[in-house]
Design a protein around this ligand. Structure first.
Ligand SMILES: *Cc1c(COP(=O)(O)O)cnc(C)c1O
Length: 397
C-alpha cells in the first residue's frame, strides 16, 4: 500500500510507537527530571550522543513529548521534525530567534496576531532586528519588499481578527527566489485543512492551545520544520530551555485523536452560522474565508481543504455600547480570549488598534465568534437574541 492515509486516519495512529506505549493504546505520562545510567561509561556516552528520541535529562523530553511531536510531524508530509513549546507565543518566539540575528529584517503581515507584533516591536527590535509590516493581500508583490537584510517572511493565513487569506504559494515563491525563510502561523487551519510543508513553508507554527488540545484547558505550542531547518530550531529551543510538561503533552495527544472529527463539526457549524449572519440586516459583512465577502476567498478555495470554527462579523453601525449589548445578551457563548475548545465564545475585537500599514474600512464594530460543538440551531437562536439587543441599543442612539 503506497496510498497516503487521510488526515482523519492519521490523527488516530500518529506518534504511537510500541516502545513508548508498552502495548497499551496511549503513550503514558513519563515524568522525569533525572535519568539514571548504569555506570559512568554509559553516562559519558549519553552526553556525546544526539538526544533525539533518547532519554538524557527531563528537559530534553520523554516519550510522552516525543510521541506528540512525532504525530504532528506525520501530519505534515515532507516535514523533518517538530518541537513543542509551552504556548503558541513561545513557539513563534523560538522560531524567529532561531532564524534572525541582529541587523536582519523580518516581514510581518499587518493582520498578524497581536502578541506576534509585540514580539517584533519589543524583544526583536531591542536585539537590533527590524520589522517591516506588509499588506496581507500583497501576494507575489512581496518580492518588491525583500531587501538585502530580509531574512524571514512571517505569514498568518487567515489573519487574526480580520481573516484575510494570504496567497501562500506566491509569497513562498518570492521568498525562495531570494533565499528568505518563511514562517506560517497555521493555527486556524491546522495541517488538516492546510498542509504547510506541501505549500513550501519552512516553519509551520501551531498554537496547540486551540484545536490540538481542543478543550480550553492546556497551553501548548508546536513548530514543524522542513528538511534542513529542524536542527537549528531544536538547538535554539534547547538553549532557550524550552520544554513542555509531559502532562500537557499527554493532553495534547489526547486532544489530537479527535481533532479531525471536531474540526469537521466546528467547520460545518461555523459556515452555517456565518451564512445565516450574512442574511441579517444588522450585519454589514461577514469575515469568513469560506464566504466570497472575505478578502482572499478565492485563494482559500484554491488552497484549503476546508474551514475551521473561527470568524468575525462587522455590525451595521452601532458603537462600543451596542456591541456590548449584543455580546452580553448571549447565553451559549462564553466571553473570553482564545478559541478552539468545545465551547462557543464571542469577543469584541478592534483590529484598527493594531494596524499600521493597512486600515480596513468597516461599517461598524467587529465581533469575533468561536463556534463550538453546541447544536448550531441553538447558537443561531442565541445570536438572534443578541442582534435584537444590538438593534435596540443602536437605534436608541
Ligand atoms: C492563540 C494564538 C496564538 C498563541 O497561542 P498561545 O498558546 O495562546 O500562546 C498564536 N497565533 C494565533 C493565530 C492564535 O490565535
Amino acid at each position: 500500500m503506497t496510498d497516503e492515509p487521510s488526515p482523519a486516519t492519521k490523527v488516530v495512529a500518529a506518534g504511537r510507537r510500541r516502545e513508548w506505549t508498552g502495548g497499551i493504546v496511549n503513550t503514558p505520562v513519563w515524568r522525569a527530571s533525572t535519568i539514571l545510567y548504569d555506570d559512568v561509561a554509559q553516562l559519558r556516552a549519553a552526553a556525546g550522543r544526539d538526544t533525539h528520541h533518547r532519554l538524557f535529562y527531563g528537559r530534553r523530553g520523554t516519550p510522552t513529548q516525543w510521541s506528540l511531536a512525532d504525530a504532528l510531524t506525520e501530519l505534515e508530509p515532507g516535514a523533518e521534525g517538530t518541537f513543542l513549546y509551552p504556548s503558541g507565543v513561545a513557539a513563534i518566539a523560538a522560531t524567529l530567534l532561531a532564524i534572525l540575528s541582529p541587523g536582519d529584517e523580518l516581514l510581518l503581515p499587518d493582520s498578524a496576531y497581536d502578541p506576534t507584533r509585540s514580539l517584533a516591536t519589543g524583544l526583536l527590535k531591542r536585539m537590533g532586528i527590524t520589522t517591516r509590516f506588509y499588506d496581507p493581500m500583497i501576494g507575489g508583490g512581496i518580492a518588491a519588499l525583500i531587501g538585502e537584510r530580509t531574512r524571514a517572511i512571517f505569514l498568518e493565513s487567515p489573519g487574526s481578527l480580520t481573516f484575510e487569506v494570504q496567497d501562500v504559494p506566491a509569497i513562498v515563491a518570492a521568498a525562495k527566489a531570494r533565499g528568505v525563510a518563511t514562517v506560517l502561523d497555521n493555527t486556524w487551519a491546522t495541517p488538516l485543512l492546510f498542509p504547510a510543508m506541501a505549500h513550501g513553508i519552512d516553519y509551520a507554527v501551531l498554537a496547540g492551545t486551540k484545536y490540538v488540545v481542543g478543550h480550553s484547558d492546556v497551553m501548548l505550542g508546536a513548530v514543524t520544520a522542513a528538511p534542513g531547518r529542524f536542527a537549528r530550531l531544536r538547538d535554539t529551543s534547547f538553549q532557550l530551555g524550552q520544554v513542555v510538561s509531559p502532562d500537557d503533552a499527554w493532553l495534547g495527544s489526547r486532544g489530537l485523536r479527535t481533532m479531525a472529527l471536531r474540526l469537521k463539526q466546528h467547520g460545518a457549524a461555523a459556515l452555517e452560522i456565518a451564512r445565516w449572519l450574512e442574511t441579517r440586516d444588522e450585519v454589514a459583512q461577514v469575515l469568513h474565508p469560506g464566504l466570497p465577502s472575505c478578502p482572499g476567498h478565492e485563494v482559500w478555495r484554491r488552497d484549503f481543504r476546508g474551514s475551521s470554527g473561527l470568524f468575525s462579523f462587522v455590525l451595521d453601525g452601532g458603537d462600543e455600547a451596542s456591541r456590548a449589548a449584543l455580546i452580553d445578551a448571549l447565553h451559549h457563548f462564553g466571553i473570553g480570549y482564545s478559541w478552539g475548545g468545545f465551547e462557543s465564545l464571542a469577543l469584541p475585537v478592534d483590529p484598527a488598534r493594531y494596524r499600521t500599514v493597512t486600515t480596513p474600512d468597516f461599517a461598524g464594530p467587529l465581533v469575533r465568534l468561536q463556534i463550538g460543538l453546541e447544536e448550531p440551531a441553538d447558537l443561531i437562536a442565541d445570536l438572534e437574541r443578541g442582534l435584537a439587543a444590538f438593534r435596540a441599543a443602536r437605534d436608541r442612539g
